[in-house]
Ligand binder design. Structure first.
Ligand SMILES: Cc1cc2nc3c(=O)[nH]c(=O)nc-3n(C[C@H](O)[C@H](O)[C@H](O)COP(=O)(O)O)c2cc1C
Length: 326
């Protein structure tokens, strides 16, 4: 019988560093990790929760799910097998997952996914105008499903029309809500290794024909372009429950889908305002999902423009800020 090797601290650090590249709402990075001799535990960091627009922590937990998926990719690329227990302790609801690490062999496909982690960005510039074939969108949804998330492409014209109308209404709703607006305006200006810096947003020269996006502030008023183009793919994450396990699964599925999109030349932009605003979330549930399930996140997918330059990466908190070693 071979003794189980303990995980070196550098390995834990490298996994957490890669996990930190995960997308998160407003780049809040609402996670903390605790590294043990052979485990990594993932906790929700409530100090990085958006209390106005995400009081339940739905977006926070989806973001943590994305980091959990990134961590599994990193471990596999480094040659570690992971056994993941989600929500291992009902008495600690902020303990979202425990990863048990054991020696394995480095996975070649994980290395490719690791490369996609390095290049992935939320690219809010205009996509290429080629339509995303329905089969391609269905394929992305299936990738999320493999992670136990539920996702489906909205291809029906009337569903897309309703979704687009609700996206626009949610954005207007938050613009008219001083507290939501103030919360959002705080994150682009942060200089603490988090938040969304100006360099990650479309430059003024890229604005012609660009989509409006939630960080545009006052520019938006002069720029009423469509939030969703006819050629964009629209994929909704949903579940029969609107609770932390469903959110965590959606986050893992989102990460898997986004990295596959990146590898295939597609860009993905989450449109979470429509879910954040209670009125549009309920309307989406009834009018698009036929009251059968809860919408958790809507994403827009399109071909990356080949003309554009690469976007600067958004900053991340340092590993020592988010990893405690037991
Ligand atoms: C749950 C979730 C919700 C998000 N919602 C939006 C959104 O409504 N609009 C948007 O432009 N970006 C949204 N994003 C993208 C984040 O702003 C982005 O991931 C973050 O700023 C980090 O940048 P990066 O993805 O380029 O690494 C969301 C991301 C996540 C994970």
């Amino acid at each position: 019988m071979t003794a189980t090797r303990l995980v070196p601290v550098e390995t834990l650090q490298r996994i957490v560093e890669t996990a930190s590249r995960a997308p998160s709402v407003h780049n809040t990075q609402p996670w903390r990790w605790r590294g043990g001799p052979r485990t990594l535990e993932l906790f929700a960091d409530r100090t990085h929760q958006l209390s106005e627009t995400d009081p339940l922590g739905r977006n926070l937990t989806i973001s943590c799910g994305a980091a959990l998926h990134h961590a599994q990719v990193a471990a596999a690329a480094l040659g570690w097998s992971t056994g993941v227990v989600r929500h291992p302790d009902a008495a600690q609801p902020d303990l979202l997952a425990a990863l048990e690490l054991s020696p394995g062999t480095p996975s070649p496909t994980a290395s490719e996914t690791l490369a996609a982690i390095a290049t992935r960005r939320t690219d809010r510039r205009r996509f290429n105008t080629w339509p995303v074939p329905e089969e391609r969108q269905a394929h992305l949804a299936r990738i999320a499903n493999q992670w136990d998330a539920r996702a489906v492409a909205l291809t029906d014209e009337s569903e897309r029309y309703i979704a687009e109308r609700l996206v626009r209404r949610a954005a207007e709703h938050q613009r008219e809500d001083p507290a939501a607006r103030a919360e959002q305006e705080r994150w682009p200006q942060r200089q603490a290794g988090d938040g969304v810096p100006a360099g990650a947003l479309p430059a003024p020269s890229d604005r012609a024909g660009a989509h409006p996006h939630r960080f545009e502030g006052t520019v938006w008023e002069d720029h009423p372009g469509p939030e969703v183009e006819a050629t964009d793919g629209l994929i909704v994450f949903f579940d029969t429950r609107d609770d932390p396990p469903a959110w965590l699964r959606a986050g893992e599925g989102l990460s898997a889908m986004w990295l596959a999109a990146e590898e295939g030349g597609l860009s993905l932009v989450p449109l979470s305002q429509v879910i954040e605003v209670a009125e549009t979330r309920r309307a989406f549930q009834v009018e698009v999902l036929g009251s059968l399930a809860h919408p958790l996140l809507l994403v827009r997918v399109g071909w990356r423009s080949t003309a554009g330059t690469s976007l600067a990466p958004t900053p991340r908190r340092t590993v020592s800020e988010v990893l405690d070693l037991a």
